[in-house]
Write a protein that binds this ligand. Structure first.
Ligand code: C5P
Length: 213
């Protein structure tokens, strides 16, 4: 029986983990799951229904009813700042997280398309979702550098932003992600840390591949 290889890539917002995880998956022919999109999709559903993302019971009900198969993960609104804020709020809700555990574990155990491996990126993949992952990478970078990257990313998408507001939002989200009682953002004890403050995407990829190989 062939063993599915699981690679966990965790880290804070705009650390470069998404770009890195996608590239690792492409290089190895593995399936890729951006788990942040699950929280974003639930946050967006709540906003579109006119609900308050901070309403714990309503958010939990949406998470339980959530169907990845009918969600458009390419919807650019999922990346908007308002959706981003809502995602950070629902992600601190333990019932929401609980409802999403199985979706993620199923992806890792049986990657779509019969891929021989799966790369999942998020905040708690190496600690909670896949503690037995074959490889764990934690990607981090200085917060000012991450905020600058986010401003540039928004600019590239034609979205105007106020840099000081982006930095402030990122600080708040980091704080919430790192201090929440359930699945806080932290490197797993056995994770390799890649600091991308002074690394470009190619250098980060080379470092990750040398860890994996
Ligand atoms: O990674 P991304 O910025 O798209 O994630 C959106 C939000 O979802 C983050 O602020 C974080 O709070 C949450 N998240 C999480 N656990 C994950 C992935 C994302 O709590 N595995």
């Amino acid at each position: 029986m062939s063993e599915i290889v699981v690679i966990a890539v965790d880290g804070p917002a705009a650390s470069g983990k998404g770009t890195l995880a996608r590239r690792i998956a492409a290089e190895l022919g593995y399936a890729y799951l951006d788990t942040g999109l699950l929280y974003r999709a639930i946050g967006l559903e709540l906003l579109r229904d006119g609900e308050d993302p901070a309403d714990a019971e309503t958010a939990a009900a949406h998470a339980v009813a959530f169907d990845a198969a009918t969600t458009d993960f390419d919807d650019p609104v999922l990346r908007d700042e308002e959706t981003t804020r809502a995602a950070g709020i629902v992600a601190a809700n333990s019932q929401v997280r609980e409802a999403l555990v199985e979706v993620q574990r199923r992806f890792a155990a049986a990657p779509p398309g019969g891929a021989p491996g799966a790369v999942l990126d998020g905040r708690d993949i190496g600690t909670v979702i896949c503690p037995e992952a074959d490889h764990k990478i934690f990607v981090d970078a200085d917060i000012q550098v991450r905020a600058d990257r986010r401003v540039k990313e928004l600019q590239d998408r034609g979205v105007e932003s106020i840099p000081s507001r982006v930095l402030q939002d990122m600080k708040e989200r980091d704080e919430r992600d790192r201090t929440r009682s359930v699945a806080p953002l932290a490197p797993a004890a056995d994770a390799s840390v890649i600091d991308t403050t002074n690394l470009n995407a190619d250098a980060a990829f080379a470092e990750a591949m040398s860890i994996i190989r």
